[in-house]
Design a protein. Structure first.
Ligand code: AMP
Ligand code: ZN
Length: 478
């Protein structure tokens, strides 16, 4: 199969466009990373899973991918309006811990949870606090070109010097001018002007501060992404990702300062933004106290990969409502898929090249074409589950496809636990469950897959997994 042409939605052009790498065969991706002063919620994890899926699709298509995601360990202010304290510093002071303890702890939580959700390790994971020199250099370049001005509390980017400023997010700057003045920053020339470097107030020593040509202080938040992306991916690169909340301010500002400092346009070929994971109809957010994390699922008896399956059930550009029952149901569907895959795998001794192309290729093409079409994961997942349960495919067909699909799905099918005979069946199954299993076997024999699935779901609700064994389906206590 030749890989289908990849199309992705570009926020800047507001359209799904063909993906054309700057350099043939290579892709550079930058994702805005975690702010490590609080736990990374399942909402934040949606913004990790989206680029992970993207990266896996590009790898499957044969690209040499460089994936960079940063750690925001300085410069994120308690207000988006360039006012307030550095959130990392504030969290450290509140907890009576050092900055390193706070950032180390939450960086570890983020990295661990990424792994538990099946995300590939970043190729490069720079921390903002370790790239102060690059950030200062970029601000100096902007200053030399007349894009900045200095007021009491810092160095600011003057948006009037970048005529394209409002274009990226379709902003109405006059509207902002009329309504957006922020009390304590009267000295800004325009409400959209943003901090490039924040100065420590006279007589105050911050926990995190550095010397700069303008005085001691710390970098503005936006400049860190521009400086680190440029350092690791060059003056222009292919894809930048983040949550939709970043479009209007953070990414608009990244574009302004980067295109000015580097003299390029467009700085990034394709901007991809994931929609929110919602809780009760609004964005799940740590600042609103929604500390739902991967451990919350584990505590409820749900395996982390269930959340990956749940993520794949919605398109990344659609809002997705989080419920624990929704993720639990995704976990059941995942176990079903894994059960089928493991049975097929073990039946063919793990051989991936045993399928008959006449039967497998239409499925293979449908799966990758769905993902190549702006990451249509729900469609791809539907193909995978059809394959897993198809009676028209042999075990060799099924495993050849599912092993291939798992490069994107990342359910760990190659190593998933097979059937442990000792755990299966036994005296504790009971007559009621046994009767449902017999009925399910009869439904399968009659090729009534819908009924068979219903019966399996009833068994799952009673606390059993249906496990396919060489002697036929058996029950295993969950
Ligand atoms: P933060 O640590 O809040 O700066 O967020 C890190 C990343 O997570 C950003 O790309 C945000 O856009 C994204 N994000 C935050 N909350 C959500 C949510 N509820 N759903 C999806 N993405 C989110
Ligand atoms: Zn960023």
């Amino acid at each position: 199969m030749s890989f289908p042409p990849i199309h992705l939605h570009d926020t800047r052009r507001r359209a799904v466009v063909p993906f054309e790498p700057l350099e043939p065969g290579k892709v550079g991706i930058y994702s805005c990373g975690p702010t490590v002063y609080a736990p990374q919620t399942l909402g934040n994890m949606r913004s990790q899973l989206m680029p992970d899926l993207l990266r896996r699709v590009l790898l499957a298509a044969g690209y040499d991918v460089t994936y960079v995601t940063n750690i925001t360990d300085v410069g994120h202010l308690t207000s988006d309006a360039d006012a307030g304290d550095d959130k990392v510093e504030a969290a450290a002071a509140r907890a009576g811990q050092t900055v390193a303890e706070i950032t180390g702890h939450f960086t570890e939580q983020w990295a661990t949870d990424r792994r538990r959700l099946g995300c590939l390790e970043p190729d490069i994971r720079p921390a903002a606090s370790e790239h102060i020199a690059e950030q200062i250099a970029m601000v100096q370049t902007l200053e030399a070109q007349g894009h900045t001005y200095v007021i009491d509390d810092g160095v600011y980017f003057d948006v009037s010097t970048f005529p394209r400023y409002a274009e990226f997010a379709g902003l109405d700057l006059d509207e902002l001018e009329a309504t957006g003045r922020i009390d304590n920053l009267e000295a800004k020339r325009h409400p959209a002007d943003f901090a490039l470097w924040k100065l420590s107030p006279p007589g105050v020593t911050r926990l995190q501060e550095w010397d700069s040509p303008w005085g001691r202080g710390f970098p503005g938040w936006h400049i860190e992404c521009s400086a680190m992306a440029t350092r690791y991916l060059g003056d222009r690169f292919d894809i930048h990702t983040g949550g939709v909340d970043h479009i209007r301010v953070h990414h608009t500002n990244e574009v302004a300062q980067s295109e000015c400092a580097l003299g390029v346009h467009p700085w990034v070929s394709i901007w991809m933004h994931n929609e929110f994971l919602d809780l009760s109809g609004r964005k799940m957010s740590k600042s609103a106290g929604d500390v739902l994390v991967v451990d919350t699922l584990v505590d409820a008896g749900i395996e982390p990969l269930a959340f990956r399956y749940f993520f794949l059930q919605a398109h990344y550009r659609q809002q997705q409502e989080f419920t624990i029952d929704g993720v639990r149901a995704a976990g059941v569907a995942l176990r079903r898929l894994v059960g089928h895959a493991v049975a097929a795998r073990d039946e063919v001794g793990g051989r991936v090249d045993g399928g008959d192309p006449a039967r497998t290729e239409p499925f293979r093409e449908a799966f990758w074409a769905a993902l190549a079409d702006d990451l249509d994961a729900p469609k791809a997942l539907a193909v995978a589950s059809t394959v897993a349960r198809s009676a028209d495919l042999t075990a060799a067909d099924r495993w050849s496809l599912l092993a291939d699909f798992d490069r994107a799905l990342a359910f760990g099918l190659a190593d998933a636990t097979g059937v442990d005979a000792a755990e299966v069946g036994g005296d504790d199954v009971g007559p009621e469950a046994q009767a449902l299993l017999d009925e399910r076997n009869a439904a399968r024999a009659a090729k009534d897959w819908g009924r068979a699935d219903e019966l399996r779901d009833q068994l799952v609700a009673m606390g059993f997994d249906v496990v396919d064994t060489p002697e036929g389906p058996k029950l295993r206590r969950r």
